[in-house]
Design a protein around this ligand. Sequence first.
Ligand SMILES: [Zn+2]
Length: 132
Amino acid sequence: MAAKQLAETRLEKYKEILLKEKEDTQNIINAINEIQKRGAKDGNGNLSAYSQHQADLGSDTDESERRVYILEKELKNIKLINSALKRIYDKTYGICEICGDAIPANRLKIIPYARYCIKCKEEEEQRKRRRK
Ligand SMILES: [Zn+2]
């Protein structure tokens, strides 16, 4: 296993990326919380960057439901980022949790909190699809 560990310097690099990602995600969460708070007061919070079909679904309830949805998604992301950071401290980062192979660097570049290699991820997704 030891041979598959990422070099210290590369772990540092990924740590930086993950911390930045965490900050961005936290900012979105804070922004939504802020809007929710304000929305509760004047009933007119709006997160235009995420709004779609505003004309069709204009009511406050839909807006606020959409914000809850984004909030839940971002909170899930924070959890993924935190567990990736934990793997960096444990020095198991970049190793597939299923097969123990190294996760390719170009995959980590796109998804810095990836837990599985591409092969295992695809198998996992197929399993999920079958369950539906
Ligand atoms: Zn794997």
